[in-house]
Ligand binder design. Structure first.
Ligand code: NAP
Length: 279
């Protein structure tokens, strides 16, 4: 293994072809980190390459891709010091009507992809007794919503996983941090409205599905109903730079309020609050 004397921390950012991941890669490279942004659409990371990042094509659900990326970074720079597990997608639709293969894929990307990558970077972090693992959850890692069971449960799983990981790796100088974005203006929202309506728009859950689709259509930074991705990139940077980061950060429009109401309301009151929010 080529192991040059390290002067810079090395960061691997997943889901960096758009949205929060791209903003995070940008923020990190501007701060002087060595940054490997990864995603399937490597061709739309040329802008990151132009400013010094090292983009690599990686599908988080493919074992050979994940192993190859970690091996390349070990070979180039000794290993991954900072892992930002950000890649994700949203499968929305009622529990009943969602195709179970789509539900499984939701977990493959949002949960098992993150888990496998974490396994692969831990030996290096443990040996050097330093590492940061930032897991991008969601307000929905704490707060439930109708027609979001598969997405919400993948993020709830990520949250429990992160707590266990933090408890078992703190002894090796590894920090595990959960970041919960609120409404952020990225591709993810536009990407799930049509599938949501295809799954649940005309069946027994159609009324909620259509209201939800309208709610998400109204989400955008220019309308003041969503924050720009840089808000989350700045939060991730804060967690990385802190010598004693919080275990959880929440940033972006609506997330702190939603978590507050979840804490103070009973489950049934929160259900009603959610339905009223959707109109
Ligand atoms: N936007 C929000 O309001 C919001 C709120 C709460 C939480 N989040 C979370 O924030 C994270 C980032 O989402 P975003 O909002 O920035 O959305 P986005 O712009 O759609 O970005 C998602 C990223 O994930 C990557 N990705 C998806 N499937 C992948 C796969 N199989 N392998 C590798 N990469 C994959 C995509 O890249 P390729 O398609 O090129 O592979 C893309 O770069 C997600 O975990 C999401 O759950 C977002």
């Amino acid at each position: 293994m080529n192991n040059p004397k390290k002067t810079q921390r090395v960061a691997l950012v997943t889901g960096a072809s758009s949205g929060i991941g791209k903003a995070t890669a940008l923020a990190l490279v501007n701060e002087g980190y060595v940054v490997y942004p990864v995603a399937r659409r490597v061709e739309i990371m040329d802008d990151l390459k132009a400013i010094g990042c090292i983009p690599i094509k990686m599908d988080v659900t493919k074992e050979e891709d994940v192993v190859a990326v970690v091996e390349q970074i070990e070979c180039d720079h000794g290993g991954v010091d900072i892992l930002v597990n950000n890649a994700g997608l949203s499968v929305y639709g009622s529990v009943e009507e969602t195709d179970i293969d789509n539900a499984r894929y939701q977990f493959d990307v949002n949960f098992f992809g993150l888990g496998r990558l974490t396994q692969l970077v831990l030996p290096h972090m443990r040996e050097q007794r330093w590492g940061k693992i930032i897991n991008v959850s969601s307000g929905e890692g704490k707060v439930h919503a109708p027609l979001a069971a598969w997405y919400v449960s993948s993020k709830f799983a990520l949250e429990g996983f992160s707590d266990c990981l933090r408890a078992e790796t703190a002894q090796f100088g590894i920090d595990v941090v959960v970041v919960r974005p609120g409404a952020i203006d990225t591709e993810i929202t536009g990407g799930f409205i049509d599938p949501l309506l295809e799954t649940s728009g005309s069946g027994p859950y159609g009324d909620i599905a259509r209201k939800m689709a309208d709610w998400f259509r109204n989400m955008g930074a220019e309308k003041g109903t969503a924050s720009p991705p840089s808000v989350i990139a700045d939060t991730i940077l804060e967690a990385i730079k802190s010598s004693r980061p919080k275990t959880r950060y929440a940033a972006g429009i609506g997330v702190r309020q939603a978590i507050f109401f979840k804490r103070i309301l009973s489950d049934r009151m929160f259900d009603r609050f959610m339905m009223r929010m959707l109109g």
